[in-house]
Design a protein around this ligand. Structure first.
Ligand SMILES: [Zn+2]
Length: 429
């Protein structure tokens, strides 16, 4: 699992893990919306106790208190009295420290409901977004046929205009957009070309930045950090790009997902859970790497020992082992598979528990696929005809699955048939 993706982030190292985190191929973590808004148990209790008194405060003071609340508390307050709700809602969505990560491939493909798991209503409230062109929220975009992933930013004036029109339609309240370059590069001051070109298609006055992962040294397999360039204008109104951050790592939130319904919803939920499990698996290895570094640094206070039996190398400095591990993984150098947790009984127990949960999720996913395949029935059977009819009818009639092409020609229908016949790519194990 570790092979082929980047799991090295720079410290500080910690043995405590947020098991709800997800991670990308690039080793960047993010949290699903439902965990972002979930309060810690005792905080909920404290808030309920004090809420009655809060409502008796003068309106100005209430506003002041709300401004000090965290996201989870604001989200709770959005379910209360009208005036509190309005104020909490405004503050919740306009929090500049909450960056929603969104799928650029989906926006480039027209932002149709059929191709996404996002709850479209929620997108309309977001102020701060980061557009990733390597981040798939669904497998059902037409260009992705035959397992080929096109991680690129489309060129051409018309395509740029279409991208911004779609972004504006889906995110009418957005005020700050970061466009991510899909490829990483050597350290350097020059902003990536494709996202800066894409930015020229925007006629809005919103804040636009571009970002790119850069290697920490000259080697492509070194740990990466994200650089950020913000758009400004010179005296002649020509855009300038100023490097403002060299380790940009915001609190990333994955947008809330739509309520899946019907046969198409069942299949799309399966696809979503499959992608989600991959992200959980990657985050699990990142936790193992962080826990290992932290264990040797803070608990054992000894050189870090590489846990792979065939390796066993020792590293004196914090962070050296994770760099070695990343390099070995990316160069496919005998460090493949799930990263073992450090030799501490309590940490190992925590990992064992989490690994069991992941295994359970894999079984559930496999059971779900078998259930759908059983319902699909044999070729030319009445079951097959009924399921096909129902699936295509939902694609035609259900606004949650509306797309630009006829249901019969849609990617989701083509993939559905392939998966139900059991000839598609095997699910993730
Ligand atoms: Zn090693």
């Amino acid at each position: 699992m570790a092979s082929g993706f980047r799991a090295a982030q720079v410290g500080p190292w910690s043995t405590s893990c947020d098991w709800n985190l997800r991670a990308t191929q690039d080793g960047e973590t993010r949290i699903p919306f439902r965990y972002h808004v979930r309060p810690v148990q005792n905080e909920t209790y404290a808030m309920k106790g004090g809420f009655h008194r809060f409502l008796q405060l003068p309106a100005e003071l209430q506003k002041h208190v709300l401004a000090l609340c965290d996201s989870a508390t604001l989200f709770q307050l959005m379910q209360t009295s009208y005036s509190t709700r309005q104020e909490a809602k405004k503050l919740f969505w306009s929090d500049p420290t909450s960056r929603y990560i969104v799928d650029g491939q989906w926006l480039q493909a027209g932002g149709h409901p059929r191709h996404t798991n996002y709850d479209l209503e929620a997108l309309a409230h977001m102020h701060y977004i980061e557009v990733s062109f390597i981040d798939y929220t669904s497998n059902f975009i037409k260009e992705w046929r035959e397992g080929e992933y096109y991680c690129y930013i489309r060129k051409g004036e018309e395509q740029r205009a279409a991208f911004w029109a779609t972004l504006r339609r889906r995110f009418p309240r957005v005020i700050d957009v970061v466009l991510n370059e899909p490829n990483s590069k050597r350290r350097g001051q020059i902003p990536p070309e494709e996202p800066t070109q894409l930015a020229t298609g925007s006629s809005d006055v919103m804040s636009i930045s571009v970002s790119q992962l850069v290697w920490s040294n000259d080697k492509w397999y070194s740990p990466e950090t994200r650089f950020l360039w913000r758009r400004g204008y010179d005296n002649h109104s020509i855009p300038t790009w100023d490097l403002t951050e060299t380790s940009w790592n915001p609190h990333r939130i994955m947008p809330p997902i739509k309520t899946h319904s019907g046969l198409v919803g069942d299949y799309q939920r399966y696809d979503y859970n499959d992608l989600d499990l991959k992200e959980l698996g990657r985050a699990r290895d990142i936790h193992a790497i962080h826990a290992t570094e932290a264990y040797y640094l803070h608990i054992a206070q000894a050189p870090c020992v590489c846990p792979w039996p065939a390796c066993g190398l020792q590293f004196e400095q914090a962070g050296e082992w994770s760099t070695h591990h990343l390099e070995a993984c990316l160069r496919r150098d005998d460090h493949e598979g799930t990263v073992p947790p450090p030799p501490s009984a309590s940490i190992r127990t925590a990992f064992l528990h989490h690994d069991m949960i992941l295994a359970q999720k894999r079984h559930q996913l496999s059971d779900e696929m078998m259930r759908m395949q059983a319902a699909w029935g044999e070729p030319d059977s009445p079951e097959r005809r009924a399921v096909s009819h129902q699936f295509l009818k939902q694609l035609r009639d259900d606004p949650l699955y509306a797309g630009e092409v006829a249901p019969e020609e849609s990617e989701i229908w083509i993939r559905y048939q392939r998966d139900m016949d059991g000839v598609g790519n095997p699910p993730f194990f």
